[in-house]
Design a protein around this ligand. Structure first.
Ligand code: G3H
Ligand code: 13P
Ligand code: ZN
Length: 320
């Protein structure tokens, strides 16, 4: 058993309390490799923002959990080396079983998500409660989820959103003991969140209803990439074929961040930024074959994107 505290990581409890008080949200960025992690840390140090490093099941399979854990541990030292030791949370994204959450907790994660959103209500409560009881013994924070996002999540495909029912949140939060709650209000994973012709809008009215039932309780938004038009155009200019990709407008996320939403998950925008930068190098310098020459620009573009998010969307700059 390794405690995250020995690794210099923090859980999310105080960060969320401060974020709700201050009307901003903590960025939760996924990482699978070194360049992504470097970009996240450099951007958050430069903007003096706390950060949640997210590891998905897919990331564990791709990069190896041991490597990812040591990279997160390294990130704590890297931030110090860059001159500003920001609070860093290491979080399991979309944990799908008690065993996986337990394994991550014993391996140094400071926060886990147990995603029972696809289960019947009572089963979601039972599973979430079990993870909370285990995690809290080690002061690890737990995120639960109520409502189902449209799109593909953990290999489960949902055609339509099942919005979180405000009538359920109080009971869920009370009976599970979770530290934060992910909700479904129209965001979804990936780069195709709305169909062409559809108004890209999230249900801030449902968010308001939920806040009324559990005032001051930390809310999480998954699927919150904005799919920036200029980045998609750059990808397509350099040979990509991303058609009809639409994300969540930034001003809507900014509004949400000003409320009890205190964690905003962003992965796809980072994937797009890296892809655009790499495609550009491949087209402009077809004789280049040193990975540093295309992963380096990808890292730079990613860092700029994260700085922009922290400052202009989440408002987490200068909060570390
Ligand atoms: O919620 C999904 C995240 O974007 C992680 O995606 O499972 O492909 O690593 P992944
Ligand atoms: P995006 O696909 O919108 O970036 O969402 C990421 C996410 O919710 C990770 O859990
Ligand atoms: Zn998610």
């Amino acid at each position: 058993m390794i405690s995250y505290k020995e690794l210099g990581l923090v859980n999310s409890r105080d960060l969320f309390a401060q974020a709700i008080q201050g009307g901003y949200a903590i960025p939760a960025y996924n990482f699978n490799n070194m360049e992504q992690l470097q970009a996240i840390i450099a951007a958050c140090v430069e903007t003096k923002s706390p950060v949640i490093l997210q590891v998905s099941s897919g990331a564990r399979k791709y990069a190896n959990q041991t490597l990812l854990r040591f990279m997160a541990q390294g990130a704590v030292e890297y931030a110090k080396e860059l001159g500003y030791p920001i609070p860093i949370v290491l979080h399991l994204d979309h944990g799908d079983s008690f065993e996986l959450c337990k394994n991550c907790i014993e391996f140094g994660f400071s926060s886990v998500m147990i995603d029972g959103s696809h289960l019947p209500y009572e089963e979601n409560i039972a599973l979430t409660r079990r993870v909370v009881d285990y995690a809290h013994q080690f002061d690890v924070t737990v995120e639960g989820e109520l409502g189902v996002l449209a799109g593909v999540e953990d290999d489960v495909k949902a055609e339509h959103h099942t919005y979180t029912q405000p009538e359920e949140v109080e009971d869920f939060v009370k009976r599970t003991g979770v530290d934060s709650l992910a909700i479904s209000i129209g965001t979804s994973h990936g780069a195709f969140k709305f169909k062409p012709g559809q108004k890209p809008e999230i249900r801030l009215d449902i968010l308001k209803e939920i806040e009324k039932r559990i005032p001051g309780f930390p809310i999480v938004l998954h699927g919150s990439s904005s799919v920036p038009r200029d980045i998609v155009e750059e990808i397509n200019r350099y040979g990509g074929k991303l058609k009809d990709s639409i994300g969540i407008p930034e001003e809507q996320l900014r509004k949400a961040a000003g409320s009890a939403v205190c964690k905003i998950n962003i992965d796809s925008d980072g994937r797009l930024a890296m892809t655009a930068a790499i495609r550009k190098v491949f087209v402009e310098k077809p004789d280049e074959f040193d990975p540093r020459k295309y992963l380096g620009p990808a890292r730079d573009k990613l860092k700029e994107l994260y700085k922009h998010k922290n400052i202009n969307v989440l408002g987490s700059d200068n909060k570390a």
